[in-house]
Design a protein around this ligand. Structure first.
Ligand code: FDA
Ligand code: NAD
Length: 435
């Protein structure tokens, strides 16, 4: 029977939120031996976005320890030695399979138990798999997903084994767009397939997608829309060889990458904490319905003050900021100091090839395209405002400068009134510059 260990604070999960929480704990003066991070992964917390970008570069690829948290936000890179120096225990390669919040006990797959006074749930998301829907042949080799560094290493190995081969990317969201580009720059013949009429419909309008689809086509990426993968064939080695589409077409494939969405990892806490919008319901300090149990990052469903409703956000900026807010609240409670409410402005971004965009706010209401979204433009700069009830609530910008991104963030936060949408489209970025 493995030994039981007790910590004042336990962070369950060793991803982005965990790394930023550890840093904030250190800022607030955590004592050696008080804090442990328990993670399934075998490495210290790192900036997950690197996995779909620099990690897959054909030359000068990013590798650990280069992208441990908190470098992604310009902060200190927390190497494993940093945790040792601070007396923060990193309990790695440890899969927690049971969480009993009543007795404040976590149990690992190997039978070790950990008890705590305060728990931070930072378990993030898992990838939705095609095998979850029973797609025929989806268990073949080289049908790959990307969530953690183990997945990224498998992908790198498959790219080497199937050099200059054919890749099919299933899904037109973040993973679909970023991975199609990564495979193309690694000289794969790439086809993307997705069921919707345009890519990334949860954020992009048709006008925004027009640019990215055209740009990807100009890079030689084939796009097949309005259908999905209904089955796969494998060769004698069990390696995927064909992707069968619902509309009857069949594509050759040496590698298949699937990005059909994520699911927050809340299963351990079913029936123990209140849930909301698919996540663990928290207050503005990220405390759940169970006192002393906090949820941060992808799993938290928190009150979004700006829009006066609960939201769950699956992006890195919120993972970092929710972690900092929760630790400030925990330490504030102990010292009697008041902590301000979490007043988050949604911020998402992506980059691929030599293009990059940022989005701030909420993509609701009518959309107003500005600038030139012609994919053939030499240096594209265009964007979109979202206007609801006469107020600008969200702004998207491709190809902006640091000042321009700052300006659109300011607009999304200030929510200025606009009367004439046509004039707003004509004014474009000049409107943001005046706010
Ligand atoms: P995260 O997923 O980072 O960490 C969860 C941790 O918990 C993992 O270490 C996991 O192993 C561990 N865990 C889970 N269950 C466990 C258990 N039972 N026992 C032990 N450990 C357990 N966002 C963005 O804004 N811009 C971007 O460019 C990108 N790019 C990007 C690329 C890729 C490939 C992915 C997968 C995701 C992104 N994201 C992103 C999203 C962003 O990375 C994500 O929102 C944050 O990582 C969320 O941080 P968390 O700490 O909540 O989860
Ligand atoms: P996503 O939700 O962005 O996209 C899922 C896509 O799957 C949909 O757009 C749709 O096109 C497609 N889809 C759904 N069912 C399908 C099917 N049966 N066949 C083909 N396509 C299908 O999810 P994702 O791209 O898988 O990303 C996973 C997680 O990683 C998300 O939390 C995302 O926020 C995060 N992520 C974020 C970034 C970023 O912010 N830049 C980058 C990578 C990953």
């Amino acid at each position: 029977m493995a030994a039981e260990k007790h910590f004042k604070y336990v962070i369950l999960g060793g991803g982005v939120a965990a790394g930023y929480a550890a840093k904030e704990f250190a800022n607030q003066g955590v004592q050696p031996g008080e804090l442990a991070i328990i993670s399934k992964e075998s490495v210290a917390p790192y900036e997950r976005p690197a996995l779909s970008k620099g990690y897959l570069f054909p030359q000068n690829a990013a590798r650990l320890p280069g992208f441990h948290t908190c470098v992604g936000s310009g902060g200190e890179k927390l190497l494993p030695e940093w945790y040792t120096e601070k007396g923060i225990e990193l309990i790695l390669s440890t899969d927690i399979v049971k969480a009993d919040l009543a007795s404040k006990t976590l149990t690992s797959a190997a039978g070790a138990t950990f008890t705590y006074d305060t728990l931070l749930i930072a378990t993030g998301s898992s990838t939705i798999k095609l095998t979850d829907f029973g797609v025929e042949g989806a268990e073949a080799n080289n049908i790959l997903y990307l969530r953690d560094i183990k997945d990224a290493d498998k992908l790198v190995a498959a790219m080497q084994a199937k050099k200059d081969g054919k890749a099919v990317v299933v899904g037109g969201g973040y993973i679909g767009l970023e991975l199609s580009a990564a495979l193309k720059i690694n000289n794969f013949d790439v086809t993307m397939i997705y069921p919707e009429p345009w890519c990334m419909p949860r954020l992009f309008t048709a006008g925004i997608a027009h640019f990215y689809e055209g740009y990807y086509a100009s890079k030689g990426i084939n796009i097949v829309k309005g259908t999905y993968a209904s089955g796969f064939d494998a060769d004698a080695n069990g390696d995927v060889s064909k992707v069968k589409l619902k509309d009857g077409r069949v594509l050759d494939a040496d590698i298949v990458i699937v990005g059909v969405g994520g699911r927050p990892m809340t299963g351990l806490f079913k029936g123990q904490v209140e849930e909301e919008k698919g996540g663990l319901k928290t207050d503005t300090f990220f405390e759940t319905s169970v006192a002393g149990v906090y949820a941060i990052g992808d799993v938290a469903s928190f009150p979004m003050k700006l829009y006066n409703e609960p939201r769950r956000v699956e992006h890195v900026d919120h993972a970092r900021k929710s972690a900092e807010q929760a630790i400030k609240a925990i330490k504030g409670k102990e010292s009697g100091e008041t902590v301000a409410e979490y007043d988050y402005l949604p911020y998402f971004y992506s980059r691929s090839f030599d293009i990059a965009w940022q989005f701030y706010g909420d993509n609701v209401g009518e959309s107003v395209l500005f600038g030139d979204n012609d994919p053939a433009a030499a240096k594209a700069k265009f964007g979109t405002y979202w206007v609801k009830d006469g107020k600008v609530l969200g702004v998207f910008l491709e190809g902006g400068s640091a000042d321009e991104y700052q300006a659109i963030a300011k607009v999304a936060r200030a929510q200025p009134l606009v009367a004439d949408l046509e004039a707003l489209g004509k004014e474009g970025l000049d409107f943001a510059a005046k706010i």
